[in-house]
Design a protein around this ligand. Structure first.
Ligand code: 572
Ligand code: ZN
Length: 332
C-alpha cells in the first residue's frame, strides 16, 4: 500500500495546509478506507474562513471533509459485513455512547456524537481514513463514488422531509436557493415545479402572497434552508394553517419571528439537526435511478489541488466541488 496519507488540515482560521500524515490502523470495529471522492461543504469553508461555527472552535489542527466515499482496504478483526475491495459511503456522525438518544433511534441528538470535521473531530479529506464499520455502507455497482459522497447532503434533505412529514401530494416550499441564479436553475432542472426570485424590498408577508399566487394555494410544508431572519418570517407566513415549517438553515442565535401568527394557525415550527438513519434509504433512492444528484457536481479537483478547490467554493462558483483523493482513479 502506498504510504503517503496526504491530508487537508485546517490549523487555524485562514491556515489551510496539505500535509502528509501517517496511515491509520483500523480498530477491531473499524475499516481503513482509501478515500475516493469527498465533497466540500459550506461548513468546511466556514471553519477555514472563520475558525469556528458557534461554540465549535478550531483549537488544534483538524482534517476537513465529511461528504465522503471510498474503498475498504483493511478490515478490523470484529467486522463482519464489509470486505476488502468494497465500495462504501461514509456516514460522518458516529454516536459514542448508548445514551437515551441512541436508544430511541435519534442518535444525531446525542451530545457526545463523533462528527467528521467538527472540532475536535478529524474529517476524511485525505487519502486514507479509518471509520466505524457500522457507519460505512456498501454501494451497489450502479451507484458511483461521487453519488456515494453526495449521500451526506442528500441525507440532510431526507431528514428534513421526515421531520416535516412530507408525503405524496404534499405541496412543499423550499427557501434558500433564491439569490443564486445558477442554483435556482439547478433546482428547476432537478425537479422544482415553480421558482420565485426574491426582489429587494419584498417584505415577508408580500413574499408569502407571491408564493400563494404562484402555487395557487399555500404550501403545506416549508423547508427553510437559508437561516436568514426575513426568510424564516416569510416561511411562517407562507405556510398553510395546520402545516409545518422546518428550519434547516442555521443563522444567528436569536431571531424575531411571527410566533403568534404561527401559534394561532397551528403552524408547527420544527428543528432539524443533521440526520439519522438515512443512508440505507438514500442508497435505495440513488440505485433506483429515481433521484439524480449527478448534475450537482460542477467542479472536480485532485486532492493535491485542495486549496484551489476551497477557493472555488469560497467564491460561490458552481454548486458542488468534489475532491478526488485516489491518484489512480479520478473518475466520478
Ligand atoms: O452536513 C452536515 C452539516 N451540518 C452543518 C453544517 C454543514 N454540514 N451544521 C451547521 C452547524 N451545526 S452546529 O450545531 N455545530 C457546529 C455543531 O452549529 C451543525 C450542523
Ligand atoms: Zn455538511
Amino acid at each position: 500500500m502506498e504510504q503517503d496519507n496526504l491530508s487537508v488540515v485546517l490549523h487555524s482560521q485562514g491556515d489551510l495546509r496539505l500535509e502528509k500524515r501517517p496511515v491509520p490502523e483500523p480498530g477491531p470495529n473499524e475499516v481503513l478506507l482509501q478515500m475516493h471522492s469527498v465533497g466540500i461543504c459550506g461548513s468546511d469553508v466556514h471553519y477555514w474562513q472563520h475558525g469556528r461555527i458557534g461554540d465549535f472552535v478550531v483549537r488544534k489542527p483538524m482534517v476537513l471533509g465529511h461528504e465522503a466515499s471510498g474503498r475498504v482496504v483493511k478490515v478490523g478483526s470484529a467486522v463482519k459485513h464489509l470486505q476488502v475491495g468494497d465500495r462504501v459511503a461514509v456516514e460522518p456522525g458516529v454516536p459514542r455512547g448508548m445514551d437515551e438518544f441512541f436508544k430511541n433511534g435519534r442518535y444525531n441528538l446525542s451530545p457526545t456524537i463523533f462528527f467528521c470535521a467538527t472540532p475536535p473531530d478529524d474529517g476524511n479529506l485525505c487519502r486514507y481514513y479509518t471509520h466505524s464499520a457500522n457507519f460505512c455502507y456498501k454501494l451497489p455497482d450502479n451507484v458511483t463514488f461521487e453519488e456515494g459522497a453526495l449521500i451526506e447532503p442528500l441525507s440532510v434533505g431526507i431528514h428534513a422531509c421526515r421531520r416535516a412529514d412530507v408525503t405524496l401530494g404534499s405541496t412543499v416550499l423550499i427557501c434558500g436557493a433564491d439569490l443564486f441564479p445558477e442554483r435556482l436553475a439547478m433546482a428547476k432542472e432537478l425537479g422544482a415545479d415553480f421558482q420565485l426570485t426574491v426582489k429587494r424590498g419584498d417584505g415577508p408577508q408580500q413574499l408569502a402572497t407571491r408564493v400563494e399566487n404562484m402555487l395557487g394555494a399555500q404550501p403545506h410544508i416549508t423547508i427553510e434552508c437559508s437561516g436568514v431572519e426575513s426568510s424564516i418570517q416569510a416561511a411562517i407566513y407562507a405556510t398553510r394553517s395546520g402545516g409545518v415549517v422546518v428550519l434547516v438553515g442555521l443563522g444567528s442565535e436569536m431571531a424575531t419571528i411571527p410566533l403568534i401568527n404561527a401559534a394561532v394557525r397551528e403552524v408547527d415550527i420544527r428543528g432539524v439537526f443533521r440526520y439519522c438513519n438515512t443512508w440505507p434509504m438514500a442508497i435505495t433512492m440513488l440505485a433506483s435511478g429515481k433521484v439524480n444528484v449527478k448534475p450537482l457536481v460542477t467542479h472536480r479537483f485532485p486532492l493535491e489541488q485542495a486549496v484551489q478547490a476551497f477557493e472555488t467554493t469560497r467564491q460561490g462558483l458552481g454548486i458542488k466541488v468534489m475532491l478526488k483523493c485516489d491518484q489512480n482513479d479520478q473518475n466520478p
